[in-house]
Design a protein around this ligand. Sequence first.
Ligand code: SAH
Length: 212
Amino acid sequence: MRLRNVTGSREMIEESRFVVHEPAAWKGKWGDVFGNDGPIHIEIGMGKGRFLMNLAAANPDINYIGIEKYSTVLLRAVQKMEAQELSNVRLIRMEAEEICEVFDKGEVAKIYLNFSDPWPKDRHAKRRLPSRQFLARYHEILAADGRIEFKTDNAQLFDFALEEIAPAGWKLEAMTRDLHHDERMLVGNVMTEYEERFSSMGNPICKYIIYR
Ligand code: SAH
């Protein structure tokens, strides 16, 4: 569907039953949103949402929440959701820095970060989603045995992310600098929109899994 104007886009987001508009009101009560006690997995910086929706279709017992900062991008995910209704998916438009206001201690079982913005300037390092500042936030909301899975084609961002793990008190479970040629880590891989684009350009995809 083509949207002719911004008002229409905003209305579509506002009216979508898949978008949670006051996410902080559900802190500690996300099971009520889904109507079950299944584990909650989130993707921060979801983009157009294909990764999340494919995972959700394959894993109906897991509840998925996609978080995206920009409504113009979120709209694409909303449109997909209206076409392919998945009862185990909800979407939130928010800035990831506010994540601790939305999820209670240990409420999230897994966090996905896919092709996060690199913020190349040193003084912006704390805005990078795998930075120690963000790892401290994830520590708050992630279950004790929870995992973060991070993928990127940006080698500098990946190096930075690896360096942040130990100082933030996390541990590396697995990593590769060429996911698509790593037989073990490739098992069950679900491609994201960016992953498809960048790997088709020949860029190797880096991935880590961390825990604490
Ligand atoms: N995960 C998708 C999109 C990657 S692009 C994929 O792999 O295809 C990164 C996305 O993260 C963008 O849509 C951007 O708007 C969003 N994003 C970046 N920083 C964010 C933040 N701090 N909070 C929420 N979303 C963010």
